[in-house]
Ligand binder design. Sequence first.
Ligand code: IGP
Length: 260
Amino acid sequence: MNILDKIIADKHKEVKLKKSLIPVTQLENSVLFERKTNSLANALRTSATGIIAEHKRRSPSKSVINQNVSVQDVAEGYETAGVCGMSVLTDGKYFGGSLDDLLLARSSVKIPLLRKEFIIDEYQLLEAKAHGADAILLIAAVLTRDQIKSLSEFAKSLSLDVLLEVHNQEELQKSIMPSLDMLGVNNRNLKTFEVSTDISKSLSTQIPDDFVKVSESGISSIEAIKDLKQYDYKGFLIGENFMKTENPGASAIEFIKQLK
Ligand SMILES: O=P(O)(O)OC[C@@H](O)[C@@H](O)c1c[nH]c2ccccc12
């Protein structure tokens, strides 16, 4: 079994357990459920930088990245840097994140927040909304076309933007539908962890113009972004490059200064 299959098998168990402990009505009655969301896709369309900066403590490919910073400080630093949005990993077992991280980020900043999670069930979209997310991620590699359709339509009914992540042509082809806002190309193969921005470049022409194009993972230089902009990418999801430093917010400030 590859790592992605393992993560998804665990996620099914986790969601089942959470559903039995926290009823949907509790999520729907939370204060944040009524909050007006802030579109990440719109922010990217008009942004000069397009940076989506991520909070990530650890990952299956790198183990520990940074366990010493607070999510509030990171969020505030990213916002000060002028990022377009922030991605918050909420998976606990493999990435050391939590829904509390999302809540704490929400309490600290106004910028659009993406819940970075392995979504397999509508329940997780209600959780995302109840913890202050503006956008959610769907991963084509682990979902059928029907699942992508029903989950994305449900997200839209909650006013959440949808970022659909693909890694190859087949995943892209099966996924294109009007209920998606952004199409993300993950430069990292989630099954083998190999990283190359060439994947973003080769898939770019096959993404219809009505979707905001996002290049994800393995981005660590200004040159890489300038290069990807030639391929019509408007969003750049960056995690490790900021998180591996002592002060991720300060690193983002420095990076964006150079980009402008
Ligand atoms: O840390 P990086 O290489 O800059 O990558 C960030 C982000 O793209 C990556 O964390 C990611 C992309 N898709 C995911 C799906 C699940 C978990 C994590 C991810």
